[in-house]
Design a protein around this ligand. Structure first.
Ligand SMILES: C[S@@+](CC[C@H](N)C(=O)[O-])C[C@H]1O[C@@H](n2cnc3c(N)ncnc32)[C@H](O)[C@@H]1O
Length: 215
């Protein structure tokens, strides 16, 4: 069987609304992990590793982590491998979350769209957010960043990993994503810890990981 490099037909279509994107992932949920493993996908591991590095010597059994765009739970599994046990997740696709639920590694899974809307999460709840591949065409946009900051404790971290070329090829990110990140820093909401490009996001594609500390 040939590997679908961009997932189900249309998943990289920049014009999908969140409901349509969720529907695509609902339909893909049973095949997602197999296809991503055939692509040698590493972003979930890189993202989880960056969370562990940012949290340094914290007690991994006590810190609370929010897996944003958790999907089937690949990043959550990596976090568990690293010793984290208190993990919640959010995703717009219920069928992706159903796959994640089966792994029994999440305390709470929320089916909701991540955007400017308020999530059902109290302020300052988490020590860190891990977001692996949540940023892509028709996925999360820069307008969700204040909401991510809201749910992280001051001094906590937001780790965002995605395919590096999307910074320049996705119309919605080109002049918006990094400028918005910079504006939020100018506004004193967070500060950048690192911005690292890495090879092998999957296949021959580079990935990028941003680590921000919430102020
Ligand atoms: C490529 S998958 C990544 C899943 C997982 N983090 C991983 O590394 O395998 C992207 C996920 O983002 C979710 N997603 C896309 N747009 C979303 C939105 N606006 N709100 C919440 N989830 C969204 C999709 O449903 C999908 O599960």
């Amino acid at each position: 069987m040939s590997v679908q490099k961009k997932g189900p037909s249309g998943i990289s279509d920049p014009k999908l609304n969140p409901e349509m994107t969720a529907k695509h992932y609902d339909n893909w949920s049973g095949y997602y992990e197999k296809e991503y493993s055939q692509l040698n996908y590493t972003a979930h591991r890189v993202c989880a590793g960056a969370v562990a590095k940012a949290l340094g010597g914290s007690d991994r059994g006590k810190v609370r982590i929010f897996d944003v765009a958790a999907g089937t739970g690949l990043c959550g599994e990596e976090l568990v491998q690293l010793g984290f046990t208190d993990i919640d997740g959010v995703d717009g696709s219920q069928d992706m979350l159903n796959q994640a639920e089966r792994k029994q590694i999440y305390k709470r899974l929320i089916c909701d769209f991540v955007g400017p809307n308020r999530l059902d999460v109290e302020n300052d709840t988490y020590d860190a957010i891990a977001c692996a591949s949540g940023f892509a065409p028709s996925h999360l946009k820069e307008d969700c960043l204040p909401e991510l900051i809201r749910v992280v404790k001051p001094g906590g971290y937001i780790v965002i990993t995605f395919r590096e070329e999307y910074l320049y090829t996705v119309e919605h990110y080109k002049d918006k994503l990094e400028p918005t990140m910079a504006r939020l820093q100018n506004d004193g909401l967070w500060e950048r810890v690192s911005r690292e490009v890495f090879p092998g996001f999957y296949e021959d594609k580079d990935g990028i990981t941003f680590v921000y500390k919430v102020l």
